[in-house]
Design a protein around this ligand. Structure first.
Ligand SMILES: [Zn+2]
Length: 142
């Protein structure tokens, strides 16, 4: 985990040092890269450079090109977030349908259970009547 970032390159005080969330490789990037999506030098997956706490975007003197790159990256993240929201909404809908189905099944089972209880009750009653009748028969046989 604590490898030297970017072999040979020196880490400056102004660099943001963080670990790749995919492969754990320690990465260092100039502070002006805060918030940008960059490919990991090790695994090649896109990682977002963390924005150090207390750092304001206005602290950073960035060129118009960098600003534009940032805007494009932000738009990309917004689009990705919007897609994720749509996915989650679809999942919520699916789960709602599933819950309604389960609710229906539960209501049906409750009804069946009630019917079974009723039948059990009348069987119990018949058994008692039979017991009473048998008792009478055995009494009269004496
Ligand atoms: Zn990586």
């Amino acid at each position: 985990m604590s490898e030297m970032p970017q072999d040979g390159a020196e880490i400056k005080d102004t660099d943001i040092v963080f670990d790749c969330p995919h492969c754990g490789k320690s990465l260092a990037i100039d502070y002006r890269g805060a918030g940008l999506m960059i490919p990991c030098t090790d695994c090649g997956k896109n990682v977002q450079v963390p924005i150090p706490e207390g750092m304001e975007i206005t602290d950073v003197d960035i060129s118009d090109e960098e600003k534009e790159a940032r805007i494009v990256n932000l738009r990309r993240s917004i689009t990705a977030s919007e897609m994720r929201i749509k996915q989650l909404e679809a999942e919520v809908e699916e789960l709602t349908v599933r819950r309604d189905q389960l609710e229906k099944v539960r209501a049906e089972n409750m009804f069946r259970f009630g019917t079974i209880l009723e039948k059990t009750g009348s069987i119990q009653k018949s058994l008692e009547e039979i017991a009473v009748a048998l008792h009478r028969i055995s009494e009269s046989a004496k």
